[in-house]
Design a protein around this ligand. Sequence first.
Ligand SMILES: CC(C)(COP(=O)(O)OP(=O)(O)OC[C@H]1O[C@@H](n2cnc3c(N)ncnc32)[C@H](O)[C@@H]1OP(=O)(O)O)[C@@H](O)C(=O)NCCC(=O)NCCS
Length: 327
Amino acid sequence: MSKQQAGILSIGAYVPERVVTNDDMSKIVDTSDDWIYQRTGIRERRFAGENEFTSDMALRAAQVALQRAEMKPTDIDYILLATASPDNTFPNTACWVQQGLQMGDIAALDISTACAGFVYALELGAALVNTDSYNNVLVIGAEKLSSITNFTDRGSCILFADGAGAAVVTRTEGRGTVVCSRNGARFDYDALNVAAGGSRMPASHETVEKNMHTIALKGRTVYKFAVQKFTEMAEEACSRGGIKPDDVALVIPHQANVNIIESAMKRVGIGMDRVLINIDRYGNTSSASIPIAFDEALAAGRIKRGDYILLEAFGGGLSWGYNLIRW
Ligand SMILES: CC(C)(COP(=O)(O)OP(=O)(O)OC[C@H]1O[C@@H](n2cnc3c(N)ncnc32)[C@H](O)[C@@H]1OP(=O)(O)O)[C@@H](O)C(=O)NCCC(=O)NCCS
């Protein structure tokens, strides 16, 4: 790890205007504010408008990140966009952002590792800079999960939401440095999937009738896996970064369920006062959840120069990953 120059120069986020409360959800499925809050920590979430797509939200978050980096869209030479809810199969969503911001003919790549998308993209973005292949990489997590949610399944539809976050990754001379990252995956179809719409099950009347273009999950399976992975990843990140859990100033975890986060942090020995939680207001925005939370932590003054920040996520695949950042 001799040449870790790449870091996060700036972060931006965007959430759509429309607030959907748990009481609103209880008009769609048989549920209650109390059940949802106790089991997940969610009070409300945001849904994008009918004509607001994943790339639109990505673009808005990217504009904020670029402005804070004091960069023009044409200063970027690579877009990495993590999403599980792309605008299209192709052109990919990164291409939509490229043309929306008039960034020129730069590389535009979508990353498909569901909720672990941002931590995957950040590791790759940092690697592109560290190998001197590219200078300024725009790393985005953006989702319109409401477009792939099964609103007849009360066990899952109460979780998901829309939003976007973006980071400018470049040589930062010791600021926001990506100290170390690790990504992994283990095939598990039944735990979490969107069954139809690909070559395995092309769209048909039957797939539409049976809601097979939406997210299916085995909540308990994912829950247990997530607690274990969050614990392991936090311990591994500290060990590889040469620090102790006590040295982590702030954990910014994927916002899937507050109870998952609390169980894992208890095992690692990190108090919840050092964990960023905003699932109460935004629900699970998949690959967007970490950059949205990161943006909030910075705005709230919860991160100081030199702090160790741990990002960790898990998602469909199953996939997982972490990034240890020195701010
Ligand atoms: C989804 C999740 C909130 C469900 O919570 P849970 O405590 O595991 O609940 P269960 O699925 O075991 O269901 C418990 C009971 O609540 C009921 N229930 C499920 N959803 C409900 C809802 N929205 N409102 C009211 N009751 C509900 C179930 O029918 C079940 O009833 P029963 O005991 O009579 O059979 C939880 O498992 C979870 O957060 N899992 C991980 C998150 C995840 O997979 N995220 C996606 C990838 S990041």
